[in-house]
Design a protein around this ligand. Structure first.
Ligand code: ZN
Length: 120
């Protein structure tokens, strides 16, 4: 593989897609699916044996940017809690979520009813 590009993240992803496509085609013989699988397979091999390393590298960077964009969107959904602050109850260690920016407030633990003062 000297002078060849080799396997990168995008190749691995495409190999996974080819493999998934082949498994699906075992149950669902569709010519469009077969065509996609073959095109992906040929493209993957083309990239692996390509000598245009710079271009292949840029494709891989684009792939990772796209991946991060997609994953970043789903990741943001779980961390939308910028408006909240999480405290641990000093007694039972229960996690308590309170709105941010309210100053000093008394928080009552929903589990053990312990009251404690925290700054949000
Ligand atoms: Zn508690």
């Amino acid at each position: 593989m000297t002078g060849r590009y080799g396997v990168d993240g995008l190749s691995k992803f495409m190999m996974g897609a080819v493999f998934t496509g082949l498994i699906i085609s075992l149950f669902w013989n569709n010519w469009v699916l077969n065509l996609i699988v073959w095109v992906l397979l040929i493209w993957t091999y083309f990239r692996m044996f390509s000598r245009n390393i710079q271009k292949r590298y840029q494709e891989n960077v684009k792939f990772y940017n796209l991946k991060n964009k997609i994953l970043g969107k789903t990741g943001r959904a779980s961390s939308t809690d910028k408006a909240h602050k999480v405290f641990l109850c000093p007694d039972c260690k229960q996690k308590i979520r309170v709105p941010k920016g309210k100053g000093k407030i008394a928080i009552t633990c929903p589990k053990c009813r312990k009251e404690f003062i925290k700054r949000t």
